[in-house]
Ligand binder design. Structure first.
Ligand SMILES: Cc1cc2nc3c(=O)[nH]c(=O)nc-3n(C[C@H](O)[C@H](O)[C@H](O)COP(=O)(O)OP(=O)(O)OC[C@H]3O[C@@H](n4cnc5c(N)ncnc54)[C@H](O)[C@@H]3O)c2cc1C
Length: 480
């Protein structure tokens, strides 16, 4: 039992003056942190405002550099910044949001490290809980695939790749060896393309330490259900990315949807047309296709499938009493949740329909930050009885790294590809890291990478098992 000593954030308004308003931000990603930052700067040290943030991890993860953690180019902790160091006037609570009750104006949280349950009252709330991998109802894929969403995911994937090389080095059975050295990335969006590019870099660099693993033994295959890669990107740039990646040995299978994965074999359904140019019915290791039993199914032998094929808002949103569509919280032009004044939803978990196109805006870090900013402005407007501002989004451009010092970029109407685009990617994203110290660390990592080959130490990490924790904690009803 942890007590709430006056200034505590535990249940209700105990210890809080009646005039004091509490703003609770649920989620400390791009949207949540930007919102807190803006609120801190706009509300200053206003004693009547109590600003609280709840996040599962105590850091902000810079996702665009996650694939570079997989390849070992950047050290794991260099792409995260502790939220306490960014939002110094916000009270931070490390814990998992388990429920949002907009009628009672409360948020239920499970504290990390066995802290137990906590109910936090709010006057205003910002829901910024982001998204998680969407497996489209395929439990076997969910069980066996690797994902690319968290720092843990990146560390696990890196270990997996090194593990596969270690095992393949001493494996005499050619079929098993092939399975170990085939890596399949599902999804040719941002995350998939960047992960595949970095994965190939890691494999080519690391395999030099494995005498029996030749250049042609390692394979990276990208599976994509659509006919194109990087949807939404300039078509010429996307074509450049595909060409350049193919030259480096990455295989593309377009119009190919995963149907099953048991940890050894991936069953892939070829959709209409033949958009990939690859041999129909042959796996990446030359194995016999059509092993799945269905004429349109192909089997790819691989022990490692990396799932980046889609995201869905975190499961918790479905349990919150907020109106959703396809799992996302519906918001109005001001990013406020209809029916619940003072409750905002921003970032990947919010469904904002662009009034210009009539379509939902694609989820990106850029959008999340812009929404966090507008939500902060509108919260201040509500508190000070000012007019709220409509959310308008103008994309500043798009960029993706495709591996080996090459990228594609579409900024301020200019399209670039190759080395210069890669340099621009680096400068832009380096400038976006929240902390000066982390900027220097990442820069040093990049410089070091120019002179030394990748580290192939495989760290032993325990897999996080959150559900088990909760089952034990469910019995507890402590108040923080
Ligand atoms: C590998 C990868 C590469 C990407 N590259 C780019 C890129 O180059 N450019 C770009 O614009 N976008 C990129 N994105 C997309 C971008 O990361 C997201 O659109 C962005 O992070 C969304 O911000 P958000 O604040 O809505 O969610 P998030 O950043 O995901 O933040 C949500 C936060 O909520 C926390 N959370 C979730 N559930 C709970 C809970 N129940 N309780 C407590 N806390 C919880 C999470 O831990 C997280 O900290 C990339 C994404 C990935 C995965």
């Amino acid at each position: 039992m942890v007590s709430d000593s006056g200034g505590g954030i535990g249940d209700g308004r105990r210890g809080a003056a009646k005039t004091r308003k509490r703003i609770v931000i649920a989620g400390g990603g791009f949207a949540g942190v930007e919102c807190a930052r803006q609120l801190e700067s706009k509300l200053g040290d206003d004693p009547d405002i109590d600003l609280v943030m709840i996040n599962e991890d105590n850091f902000l993860l810079f996702t665009p550099m996650l694939p570079q953690v997989v390849s070992g180019m950047i050290e794991t902790r260099h792409i995260v910044t502790p939220i306490r160091t960014i939002c110094k006037r916000t009270r931070f609570f490390e814990g998992k949001v388990r429920g949002i009750d907009p009628y009672a104006k409360t948020i239920t949280v499970w504290g990390g490290g066995g802290a137990g349950r906590l109910t936090i009252h709010y006057d205003f709330a910002v829901v910024a809980l982001g998204s998680e991998a969407n497996f489209f109802g395929m439990p076997d894929v969910e069980r066996n695939a690797f994902t690319m969403k968290t720092l843990n995911d990146a560390a696990e994937l890196r270990n997996r790749v090194i593990d596969m090389l270690e095992r393949a080095e001493n494996e005499a059975d050619p079929a098993l060896r092939m399975r170990l050295l085939n890596f399949v990335v599902v999804g040719a969006g941002f995350a998939g393309i960047e992960t595949a590019g970095e994965l190939m870099d890691l494999l080519h660099d690391a395999r030099k330490h494995y005498r029996s693993v030749g250049k042609d033994d390692v394979r990276v295959v990208i599976l994509e259900a659509l006919q194109e890669i990087l949807p939404g990107f300039n078509k010429d740039l996307a074509a450049f990315a595909k060409r350049r990646m193919e030259e480096r040995g990455i295989e593309f299978r377009l119009q190919s949807a995963v149907r099953a994965f048991d940890g050894e074999e991936i069953t892939v359904r070829r959709l209409a047309g033949d958009g990939n140019g690859g041999g129909r019915g042959r796996g990446p290791g030359g194995e016999d296709g059509n092993g799945g039993g269905d004429d349109d199914d192909e089997v790819i032998m691989s022990k490692t499938l990396i799932w980046t094929a889609g995201v869905t808002p975190v499961d918790m949103i479905k349990r919150a009493m907020l109106k959703t569509q396809k799992g996302k919280v519906i918001v109005d032009d001001y990013l406020e949740v209809p029916g619940f004044p003072g409750v905002f939803a921003v970032g990947d978990c919010a469904l904002f329909v662009d009034p210009n196109t009539g379509r939902p805006v694609p989820p990106t870090a850029q959008l999340a930050e812009a929404q966090g900013k507008t939500a902060a402005k509108n919260l201040v407007a509500l508190i000070r009885n000012h007019e709220k501002e409509r959310f308008e989004f103008r994309s500043r451009g798009q960029m993706a790294v495709i591996g080996k010092r090459s990228a594609i970029a579409s900024v301020f109407g200019m399209n670039m590809s190759g080395f210069w685009a890669w340099l621009i990617w680096r400068s832009v994203y380096l400038s976006k890291i929240s902390s000066g110290e982390k900027k220097i660390r990442v820069l040093l990592d990049w410089v070091i990478d120019l002179f030394f080959s990748r580290d192939i130490s495989r760290l032993k990490l325990a897999r996080r098992d959150a559900e088990k924790d909760y089952r034990v904690l469910d019995e507890v009803d402590d108040m923080w």
